[in-house]
Design a protein around this ligand. Structure first.
Ligand SMILES: Cc1cc2nc3c(=O)[nH]c(=O)nc-3n(C[C@H](O)[C@H](O)[C@H](O)COP(=O)(O)OP(=O)(O)OC[C@H]3O[C@@H](n4cnc5c(N)ncnc54)[C@H](O)[C@@H]3O)c2cc1C
Length: 358
């Protein structure tokens, strides 16, 4: 029997694994995808790295991720923020100019994308402790308070069971409720709590457009845009440290509308907006990378396909059992949604495991 089973190999699950690897505690990470990292997704285009999941951390307010990145010697770069930002109120009006530094929230990026952090965390965990393509479908609480966990591997079409003393659940709360069956059933109060925690960014999609040159910089534009006209709601410079130039954006089009278009149509609408905002040079793009998170079955539920209207009240759910720990960004009250929240909750989970085993 494994002492600790961690369900999910996103940032939270990997951070717990990296901490447990320093101890003499047997554990395993069961991950449903064929890769680790979860919502972290960095596209590698000829050794230029573009984030299609998270991009930034904020050193002034996010101490856990800032300290970890420094402890792991991971190089970082400042988000480009020179010149003016654009505010586009409608397609027919010229955008307004606002000095970008006035809006500066001092975010930083990781060299090689956020996946560099995932790779370092993964390298701290012995490889046999991470099992990929293991989708947990059911959890059975045994009479002796241990757990039996059943997984399905859709590549091999194979079921496998595991047994553990302590269970750490790092799935987004709504996905946990929807996709994992519990015996006995989770108490109603806990079910309602899980349902009330929407998956952060679950309704979003991200698009990266690459160019030979960051031509907007020559026009004294930072690349930052807030647009009410769409299809992109926010745009930022995503150029890499190796001088590959790029812009990335988040959509104002909700999932239901996005899904009516094919990728080519989405790309055309985005390029049209970039030409409107930055000039005809935007027509000469190199590549477009697109990830629609609302279509990602390892992240979202149907209910997550609606945009989050206000900041959700994230935090720890009501206690279920001493030996069941909830970890992941949506379980952190202060930094819920961000990588910081995933890491803070992971460190708390590690402390709880240590306490249970002493
Ligand atoms: C487009 C986008 C932009 C973002 N931008 C930022 C940003 O700039 N800065 C920031 O700080 N944060 C940002 N975030 C949020 C950040 O990505 C998350 O806070 C963080 O990655 C969450 O990590 P986690 O481990 O809690 O969850 P996840 O990454 O969701 O990990 C959960 C893991 O569980 C696995 N899983 C799911 N179901 C099962 C199952 N049944 N069995 C086994 N495993 C399962 C999943 O595959 C996944 O690997 C962004 C997110 C998105 C999508």
């Amino acid at each position: 029997m494994t002492k600790v089973l961690i369900i999910g190999g996103g940032v939270s699950g990997l951070r717990i694994g990296s901490l447990l690897s320093k101890e003499n505690i047997s554990f395993k990470i069961l991950e449903s995808r064929g890769r680790v990292g979860g919502r972290v997704l960095t596209h590698n285009q000829d050794n230029n790295y573009f984030d299609l999941g998270p991009t930034w951390f904020w050193p002034e307010t996010e101490k856990t991720i800032t300290n970890l990145i420094s402890e792991l010697n991971i190089p970082t770069i400042e988000q480009y923020n020179e010149g003016n930002s654009l505010l586009e109120l409608s397609k027919s009006e010229k955008p307004k100019y606002i000095e970008s530094k006035k809006l500066n929230n001092k975010s930083r990026r990781i060299v090689g994308g956020i996946n560099s952090l995932v790779n370092v965390l993964k390298s701290k965990i012995p490889s046999e402790k991470i099992e990929l393509n293991k989708k947990v479908g059911s959890v059975i609480k045994n009479n002796d308070a241990t757990f039996s966990i059943n997984t399905y591997d859709e590549i091999k079409n194979e079921n496998k069971s595991y047994h553990a003393d302590i269970l750490i659940l790092t799935l987004p709360p709504r996905l946990l409720l929807e996709s994992v069956s519990f015996t006995p059933k989770l108490p109603k109060k806990l079910q309602i709590d899980l349902l009330s925690k929407p998956t952060w960014m679950g309704a979003q999609a991200k698009i990266v457009v690459t160019f030979n040159k960051a031509f907007w910089r020559d026009k004294n534009l930072s690349g930052n845009v807030v647009s009410w006209a769409g299809p992109l709601r926010e745009i930022y410079d995503a150029s890499t440290e190796y001088d590959e130039s790029a812009l990335f954006g988040f959509f104002s089009l909700p999932p239901a509308i996005r899904n009516q278009y094919d990728n080519e149509s989405i790309n055309n609408q985005v390029i049209e907006q970039l030409i409107r905002l930055f000039g005809p040079e935007a027509q000469s793009y190199n590549n477009i990378f697109y990830k629609d998170w609302s279509q990602d079955k390892h992240t979202v539920t149907e209910g997550d396909k609606l945009n989050i209207e206000s900041f959700p009240s994230y935090g720890e759910p009501p206690k279920y059992a001493e030996n069941v720990i909830f970890s992941g960004t949506e379980y952190n009250e202060e930094h819920g949604g961000h990588l910081e929240g995933a890491l803070v909750s992971a460190e708390k989970a590690y402390v709880k495991v240590k306490k249970l085993l002493t």
